[in-house]
Design a protein around this ligand. Structure first.
Ligand code: ZN
Ligand code: ZN
Length: 364
């Protein structure tokens, strides 16, 4: 099968021929229909997020089950599934406590031992890893059974794929982590794929005012289509001062969806006293962020990191799919262009120019 493989870090992907193994007892093989280009793959290509190479990137995918392992009873060939990088064991302390997105056994479920690779390169038999145990930039995926969930075949594949990362991360941050209350005020810094989903999550939660902050006019325009009541261009005005004024003292909830020190500091600065700023964007691993500790103590403010929208995706993704089918969750507006595997590098170059919506790989 064909796959877009990252050979070096930093680097770009090249399309190569790989062989996918048969599923183990608790694995499934999926024929990939669509996979979105998420910022986290770009972080890996740039070296900001550690990952082994060679590796098939891609972790926002949808496809049709092709084969299932001998122990798998919840899937059958022909099922339409969405994958999620939050594979979980259901038995560790975090899973038992209802926090499966923090499962301590996630990595051992996602990666096979080195002597039993799920993917090998046809040319030389070299083992190739799959990013986050998924590897969606490929015609086939071999994943743990706990990394996928069935969805309705009524959702187009290019929309359904986005449920697995951008949508669940954004909407989940609002529903599961911040638990935004109706009538509250919300500020979202960064109006890309994640930010627009935080915005529409806040709208669904009944926020009175949803303020989008970004530097790109095109992204702020997209934020409006996702329900932002106000937009603030940080390149033109003082973002903190403007949000504090619009909310008469600071937003009840702020979300940072980029992963930059300056914008994390903004999220704290535009927060109402006694409230919490949520860090949703993935900052480069190992790079510290300075926060005004004394000021935070004196004003009772907090900062909370949110991983993948604190999701329990086996229930969250079907819920999000139903909201889409009811016309209440926007997915069509997230898709900017369809590309093939050979368009991945260009898609990421495009992302870095400030294009708001997603490039999505669609397989024939
Ligand atoms: Zn992602
Ligand atoms: Zn677990």
């Amino acid at each position: 099968m064909k796959a877009a493989v990252l050979e070096t870090i930093p680097g770009q992907v090249t399309v190569d021929d790989l062989m996918v193994d048969n599923p183990g007892p608790n694995e499934i093989v999926i024929r990939t229909e669509a996979c979105g280009l998420c910022h986290s793959d770009l972080h890996v290509m740039l070296g900001d997020l550690p990952s082994p190479v060679p590796s098939v990137l891609g972790h926002e995918a949808c496809g049709i089950v092709e084969a299932v392992g001998t122990a798998v009873t919840e899937f059958a060939p022909g099922d339409r599934v969405v994958t999620c990088l939050n594979a979980f064991c259901d038995t560790c302390r975090e899973c038992r406590a209802g926090r499966s997105w923090l499962c301590v056994n996630r990595n051992s479920l996602r990666q096979r031992p080195a002597n039993n690779p799920s993917l090998v390169r046809n040319a030389d038999g070299a083992a190739v890893t799959a990013m986050a145990g998924l590897g969606g930039f490929a015609e086939m995926m071999l994943v743990h059974r706990s990394a996928a969930v069935k969805v309705s075949p009524d959702i187009p594949a290019d929309r359904a794929a986005l449920l697995g990362c951008a949508v669940i991360t954004g909407v989940g941050s609002v529903f599961n982590a911040a638990k935004v209350k109706a009538g509250s005020t919300v500020a979202v810094i960064g109006a890309g794929g994640i930010g627009c989903n935080i915005i529409q999550g806040a709208v669904l939660a009944g926020a009175e005012r949803v303020i989008a902050v970004d530097l790109h006019p095109e992204k702020l325009e997209l934020a409006r289509t996702f329900g932002a009541t106000d937009v603030v261009n940080g390149a033109e005005v003082d973002a903190i001062g403007t949000v504090v004024e619009l909310t008469q003292g600071g937003a009840d909830y702020t979300f940072e969806a980029i992963g930059l020190e300056s914008t994390i500091q903004q999220a704290i600065g535009m927060l109402r006293v006694g409230q919490t700023a949520y860090m949703v964007g993935v900052a480069p691993v190992g790079r510290p962020v300075g926060i005004p500790a004394g000021q935070m103590v004196l004003t009772g403010r907090g900062v909370q990191g949110v991983f993948m929208g604190s999701n329990h995706f086996p229930t969250d993704i079907p819920m999000l799919a139903n909201l889409y089918l009811q016309g209440r969750l926007k997915l069509d507006e997230l898709v900017d262009e369809h590309i093939g595997l050979d368009g991945v590098n260009a898609g990421y170059e495009r992302m870095q120019t400030g294009v708001a919506a997603r490039s999505v790989i669609v397989f024939d």
